[in-house]
Design a protein around this ligand. Structure first.
Ligand SMILES: *[C@@H]1O[C@H](CO)[C@@H](O)[C@H](O)[C@H]1NC(C)=O
Length: 205
């Protein structure tokens, strides 16, 4: 016959097993989320490396559009030539110009990280702050080009303005120049300006 003391220790054992289960599930979920983040990061880097130099504009459009689709994904069918959307039959079919411009910073970040993994964008950094950071620690970025990029990005992201096909082509023309500046040998990071914890974060990601 079980004494009250045995019952209590049995209850404690059950509680302990529950705690261990919950702890184990938490660890597995955490590891899973780390794997997902790393996998996405690797996929993004691989995608960028696969872009042939002479096909940058088309590849950029594709990269920003794919991302835009996965982010926004409202089942909107653009009317033929409607403002803000590419003509369905053209190279820009299904491109929502504004959304594509607003997600372009991910291509920019991937290009910077492709050169130097420490140049990732902290989640708390706005795109404007990220560009300030890049200009502070790296050489080879034109101030005016960066200012133009931030202004255009912010207009796409935060204003209600729509973008025409001509706006979009003009954006891509200059955006390519910015990406090429990041890929050029003049773009060099001054490592003594990088906070040490960034190297640790870049090593694990
Ligand atoms: C890097 O930054 C340090 C600290 O500001 C500076 O003394 C050094 O000259 C810089 N190096 C280059 C190559 O710009």
């Amino acid at each position: 016959m079980a004494s009250p003391v045995d019952n209590r220790s049995a209850l404690e054992r059950v509680t302990l097993v529950h705690t261990i289960y919950i702890g184990a599930i938490t660890v597995v979920l955490f590891l899973l989320s780390v794997c997902i983040v790393r996998y996405r990061h690797m996929k993004r880097m691989r995608g960028l490396k696969a872009i042939p130099q002479n096909r940058i504009p088309a590849a950029l459009i594709e990269a920003t559009t794919q991302r835009a689709m996965s982010l926004s994904a409202p089942p909107v069918v653009p009317a033929e030539g409607s403002l803000g959307w590419g003509q369905p039959s053209s190279d820009f079919g299904q491109v929502h110009f504004k959304t594509s411009i607003a997600s372009s910073f991910q291509v920019l970040e991937a290009a910077a990280m492709n050169r130097y993994p420490v140049l990732y964008r902290e989640p708390s950094m706005t795109v404007a702050n990220y560009l300030v950071f890049l200009r502070e620690v790296c050489s080879g970025l034109q101030p005016q080009l960066c200012a133009w990029y931030v202004a255009t990005y912010e207009r796409a992201r935060f204003s209600t303005d729509d973008f025409t096909l001509d706006d979009y082509k003009a954006f891509m023309d200059r955006f390519v120049v910015l990406i090429q500046a990041i890929e050029s040998p003049q773009f060099a990071v001054n490592e003594s300006l990088i906070p040490p914890e960034r190297f640790r974060m870049a090593a694990v990601s």
